[in-house]
Ligand binder design. Sequence first.
Ligand code: PLP
Length: 449
Amino acid sequence: MKNGSAAAVSTSNVVPNDLNAFWMPFTANRQFKKTPRMFVAARDMHYTTSDGRQVLDGTAGLWCCNAGHARPKIVEAIARQAAELDYAPAFQMGHPKAFELANRLVDITPDGLDHVLFTNSGSESVETALKLALAFHKIKGEGSRTRLIGRERAYHGVNFGGISVGGIVTNRKMFGTLLAGVDHMPHTHNLAKNAFSKGPPEYGTELADELERIVTLHDASTIAAVIVEPVAGSTGVLIPPPGYLKRLREITKKHGILLIFDEVITGYGRLGTPFGADYFDVVPDIMVTAKGLTNGVVPMGAVMVSAEIHDAFMNGPEHVIEFFHGYTYSGNPIASAAGLATLETYKEEGLLTRGAELAPKFQEALHSLKGLPHVIDIRNIGLVGAIELEPIAGQPTKRAFSAFLKAFEQGLLIRTTGDIIALSPPLIISESQIDEIVTKLAGILKTLE
Ligand code: PLP
């Protein structure tokens, strides 16, 4: 495992004096621009800041750099591909690497998911999946199936379909009526019953039956698909109880509703299995991925679908486009090369299952924080975990954000959402680096207001 020295910093990476023009995503822009936090290089488990400090990556970037940073195989593959075939038209033309990557993905996805559509992000993968579900039913002569069912506290990216089936009020409330005909199931997170669970919590399997209630309300003949994250990541690592996803699978199958797993975070080894579907032993009809597909290095997403869905589209005259959807960069050569090199790196280093080996150590380390000030819950699965803090009255998010700033000062990158600290380190992390994360966090938690 490489956890080595500081990355080389190029002199072209000088921080500009004027930071005004870039309107940053999901960032408190005014606060940031007063006291900017800049990375200028990265290698393996560490970032280098613009003032030359090393920061341990406790979040795999944004849940995506599963093999760590600047991995030689990926860097070389991108450079080689850029020199050889930089771009090829994505519509009505092909290039070998996109087909090869689709084949390699089918090799590692659960049996039954045999076809792959490429996108450029998790948000686009979600839209692709939702559109596929609607079109599938229409093609099958069930055009009345137009409803989409999501969950409260779900994050499915930022496009209109994704925020409609998503369950985060701040991401929804400014954008009008969103998609029509969407309903939401409850999430399974329950602090009163499940706090400090190790792995999947006990309570809540029966919440899957809320789907039956929604079916009774709307009738199955109006419902196209249910979309869930196997583990909701962005809203604070909400882990389903055993049997919950299996129950959703049974109910969706019974009613002819497609089940979509959004595996943008849970995919590519995060739970200690290649996908969340493997961890929970449930095969959805459509699986949405991105992030770890290219180790976060080049934007790319992939949507895996069942043969049943794919074959339903392959019926008309052969010269006619089967699915009117796609992007200029779908299966882009450089992204495909990055994806192939990433999957090779995962395979060579056993990273898709390394999370399972490290999970007991990660669990023990994380739960050692129980009892520290403000800690009201700790939860974990594979190599992802969360520490929930009691919010300061009248000032939600402030306490966790303060922990984030202190961690950055002390050389540790964590992610916060609301008053929850989320950890999802690269899967190459060493046991001593897990200890380092927890030791730093313990110190920080003791100093929080
Ligand atoms: N779906 C899930 C479950 C995610 O966690 C994310 C991003 O964190 C997305 C979709 C959106 O991905 P992107 O930011 O690449 O559009």
